[in-house]
Ligand binder design. Structure first.
Ligand code: PEP
Length: 251
């Protein structure tokens, strides 16, 4: 059985006070979410400690949105995996397309980040996904395949077994354009297939692969019903407790 996951990426949104309020609303609404759906929230770094207190003792897990590619030292402005683990994070998103696009995140850096996350007990939520021009050129399998191979396949089987994958087509992120369930299932099945080729069928059957990109209450049910989609990484709709809970409930 694969873990069902609904994770909320708050990006650079909300003040600390707003984030704390959002976390409180999620804790209050948690009873409506099926017990087998793992809820994760990824607030900005500044919100992690106060949000950790609010969700403490609840079934909501805390994630960061990134971590440093070095363990410690003279790296001004960076936040290490150990620091995140120390304030209660159990996950970190890594390789989000916004980090790849705006902050030069490379596969080499991502391998380092994933290893540091794992060494500190954090489960990475590793993001992959093609750009619009790559899909239009029919290169989405090639692009996503390379992203998976350049990072996941550089890890040992034990390391890779702790990674959650998020397929997020860049053209669907924040655009309101969602991949159809057929488009999403097709590439999720492809990702699972290449993972099976590298680590074996049994291993691939256990990997959770989330869909991300304009997922909302109105389309979540259909996406989550696909055999190779194991939940969602939610951006915009994670900023409203009612929408995020509705997405989780629709599973
Ligand atoms: C994301 O950026 O991870 C994301 C899925 O965003 P949105 O849901 O807003 O498209």
């Amino acid at each position: 059985m694969r873990r069902k996951i609904v994770a909320g990426n708050w990006k650079m949104n909300t003040t600390v006070a707003e984030g704390v309020q959002l976390a409180k609303e999620l804790v209050e609404g948690l009873a409506e979410v099926p017990a087998d759906v793992n809820l994760i929230i990824a607030p900005p770094f500044t919100h992690l400690a106060p949000v950790a207190e609010i969700i403490s003792g609840s079934a909501i897990a805390l994630s960061a949105q990134n971590c440093a590619d070095e363990p410690k030292g003279a790296f001004t402005g960076e936040v290490s995996a150990a620091m995140l683990a120390g304030i209660g994070c159990t996950y970190t998103i890594l390789g989000h397309s916004e980090r790849r696009q705006y902050y030069g995140e490379t596969s080499e850096k991502l391998v380092k980040k994933i290893r540091l996350a794992l060494e500190n007990g954090l489960s990475p939520i590793f993001c992959v996904g093609e750009k619009l021009e790559e899909r239009n050129a029919g290169r989405h399998f090639e692009v996503v395949g390379a992203q998976v191979a350049d990072v996941l396949f550089q890890l040992s089987e034990l390391e890779a077994s702790k990674v959650v994958i998020a397929y997020e087509p860049v053209w669907a992120i924040g655009t309101g354009v969602t991949a159809t369930s057929a488009q999403a299932e097709e590439i999720h099945a492809f990702i699972r297939g290449i993972i099976a080729g590298q680590f074996g069928e049994e291993f691939a059957e256990r990997v959770s692969i989330l869909y991300g990109g304009s997922c909302k209450p109105s389309n979540a049910k259909e996406l989550f019903a696909c055999p190779d989609i194991d939940g969602g990484l939610i951006g915009g709709a994670a900023l409203k407790a009612a929408d995020f809970l509705a997405i989780a409930k629709s599973y």
